[in-house]
Design a protein around this ligand. Sequence first.
Ligand code: DX5
Ligand code: ZN
Length: 217
Amino acid sequence: MAILAPSILAADFSVLAEELGKAGRAGAGLIHVDVMDGHFVPNISFGAGVMKCLLGKTSLPFDVHLMIENADLHIPDFVTENTEYITVHQEACPHLNRSLALIRASGAKPGVALNPATPLSTLECVLLDVDLVLIMSVNPGFGGQKFLASSLEKIRRLKGMREEKGLAFRIEVDGGVNLENAAELAAAGADIFVAGSALFGAENVNGWAKFFDRSQN
Ligand code: DX5
Ligand code: ZN
């Protein structure tokens, strides 16, 4: 089943709680929370305090994407009653097994993210430990970038690896996702679709709602 995860990075921060309504109307199953530290990625977004302002404003689970160094120090801050996934970057976590174990022990589901240039082979030793693999289809740091088509083949191969190993982690795609490439991404094997600017920038989210309508999946 395809799940939509709108990225609030592209929302109007001055009315963030209202923007959740738009995400809901678009058919969101998760709220994607992009945390950037200005070190691992060349931009600063927001921290756990902002995310926690949304508690009680939505029943949708949070899908936290940590684009930060020293993730282990900050993981506990992101564990809330709404938090479902916490994803760290392979490139930013020198002790990745430890970071993933920390997430699991905190009660959240661990995810690992790969930048476009990082090969799938780097996941070989952690696939058993994750509930989600996030394939970046742009270089992280900014919303509104162009989708990198090379991620389609990466998703296909990851799906193949999942089948071969008999695993059940979700495959998430993040960056430049829109209604033009969503069907191709679904066919390649994506389960969770992060959408920022294409969703919050749209006047009308009916197209998203139609694509992610549960009855159609
Ligand atoms: C990129 C973030 C993405 C991004 C998605 O660093 O992880 O979640 O904001 O935004 P769009 O859909 O605009 O590429
Ligand atoms: Zn993200």
